[in-house]
Unconditional design. Structure first.
Length: 208
């Protein structure tokens, strides 16, 4: 019996406007990172927006290929397979379970996302960008930008191509709120609440 298990790190070139802005500002081909526990990519874990039409309010999310595709038939991805100890694997599963069972426990670190573009960090307790979330799960806290993790995992690439050629792009979670539109007032309210929570975290409060 092996004492190691595989993790799958997925870099993606998403089809959203925010994704395009990130690529323009960073010069990176891939703008998003996520983590999967099995090669099917049926579920991917990351830190990102909650709703498609509310780009500035986010946190821990369970993503699917359907969420990635949005209105586009294909998007480029890169998958890296990394073997970790059973102990590390179970710890990651536990941390993901805690985040999934406690909405608002992990929120998106908008400040760090902006800071990294300028070459520095803005760390906040239980707040991550997509890349810092994946890095934290891998115990690589020093990683702040996607190219850094890409380079580190360059020898572990198992697939690079179109998502639709790798897996069933129809996969999705029933009633995924990412696709449920909200009105302008609700979008503003969710965005305000996000930054309010982020400020509370910045000042040492950890409750959502």
């Amino acid at each position: 019996m092996t004492n190691e298990k595989n993790l799958y790190i997925v870099f993606s070139h998403t089809s959203t406007r925010i994704g395009g802005i990130i690529r323009l500002m960073t010069g990176n081909f891939y703008n998003h990172a996520s983590l999967a526990l099995d090669p099917s990519l049926e579920k991917l874990y990351s830190c990102a927006r909650y709703r498609k039409n509310v780009p500035l309010a986010g946190g821990f999310v369970v993503e699917t290929p359907k969420r990635y595709m949005c209105d586009h038939a294909y998007i480029p991805i890169k998958i890296c397979c990394l073997s970790v100890s059973n102990e590390r694997y179970e710890k990651i599963k536990s941390e993901i379970s805690v985040a999934a069972e406690n909405p608002g426990y992990i929120i998106y670190n908008t400040y760090d996302a902006l800071a990294c573009i300028c070459g520095f960090r803005y760390r906040i307790n239980h707040a991550y960008t997509c890349i810092s979330f994946v890095a934290a799960m891998l115990d690589l806290e020093e990683i702040a930008m996607i190219p850094q993790l890409e380079e580190l995992l360059s020898n572990y690439v198992i697939y690079e191509g179109m998502l639709g050629d790798y897996t069933d792009i129809r996969q999705g979670i029933k009633d995924d709120r990412f696709f449920i539109p909200t009105g302008f007032a609700s979008a503003c309210s969710e965005t305000f609440s996000h930054f309010k929570n982020l400020e509370r975290r910045r000042h040492g409060f950890t409750d959502a």
